[in-house]
Design a protein around this ligand. Sequence first.
Ligand code: SF4
Length: 474
Amino acid sequence: MAFVPNLEREIGLAAVAEDHRVGGSTPRFYIETYGCQMNFNDSEIIAAILTKHGYHPTEDFHLADLILLNTCSIRENAEQRVRARLGEFHAIKRRRPGLLIGVLGCMAERLKSKLLEEEHIVDLVIGPDAYRSLPALIAQAESGQKAINVLLSREETYADISPVRLASNGVNAFISIMRGCNNMCSFCVVPFTRGRERSRPPASILREARELFDLGYREVTLLGQNVDSYRWEDPATHTVVTFAQLLAQVAAISPKLRIRFSTSHPKDITDDVLFTMADHPNICRYIHLPVQSGSSAVLQRMFRNYDAEWYRRKVDRIREVLPDCALSTDIIVGFCGETEDDHQKTLEMMDYVRYHQAFMFRYSERPGTYAARHFADDVPDDVKARRLQEVIQLQNQHQLQRNREQIGKIHEVLVEGPSRRSANQLAGRNSQNQMIVFDAGQARKGEYVFVQVTGCTSATLLGTLSPTSTPSTN
Ligand code: SF4
């Protein structure tokens, strides 16, 4: 079902469909996002494209003329959740045949037209590089034809589009600085669903960061599958901007603008980045450094291009240059061929690093990946479950230890809003990305305050506003 944009045809079709709309003349869209921060930022780019095309967002899908699911494909259960959700929309679609339902993102890219064959309720299937074609695809679907565009691009970065911040707290926001990934980790579906790496022009990133700062945002997170390989070459002058240089440029916008970034790759993070962080107090002392496994044998089969010893040395180097830097990670248990000894090596790596935070998963075979084609998914489910439990338990212990080490210390906290615990309390994070909850006092959202830590759980620090304005060194 090749897609061919045709402007005249699009405008004509839009006029015909108007009378079917719940929102009368102003069509409304509802978007639900699954998966990673990149996907959340993509939903904000999609919202910008749709609002520019006369659509208004709604948070209630019953009021929507267009329901969009922006999906994740990283593990099988992520896709199962989307299929279950589509099932829930059958009833409303029967009642309102003019309602359009679209599946976007990585699952759309992975399954392509197969999704239209398998899920008859779906009208639109759009991959991560094709969101600009949304208005024309909607016109096609409104004319009763299924619409699909899953072309991947080597250029597309949506650099000229200012995302519409969805469900934002007005304090922190995501900025995508690059798209795609050139690493081909054997277990990972991302290179197939998001394509090759391309970096966004620095000027457009700086423009977006300044706009956010002027709007009152006080923290931006620079996003990429592998931010360390950000590299922009000016087509005219061939001058190159590296990730370290981009970080310094964004940090120079204002000392009151905090900078975070995610995700780093252990083989690519450089001393330049570490020294740039050391030179700029507003670049947060937090690095997300996925290890995936503590066993060099498993890392080799994962095509991670580093071994356990390399990773340890990288952690040592980070702590040498940035002694107060917090580390978080991703861990996969039960990868093809993982032995009990390999698993023990992962637990030893966790003991060595004592991560501040970790995202831990059991291996989920993804169709089309090298691992799926060449390795047997041979670790039994109950063994995967037991190993995952052990990793989670150890991580909770480390997190509780790390948090207990903060008791008595004073942190500079950026207030993000009311705490979920109580209306009299506020919540925010320190530079190390640890969440701190404290009695509100005179503090306000978007402000930097100093909080003395008085207690903790494994997930949260508890504290009181501190009269002094000098943070303790960690
Ligand atoms: S670095 Fe590896 S795990 Fe991360 S997105 Fe790229 S291929 Fe996937």
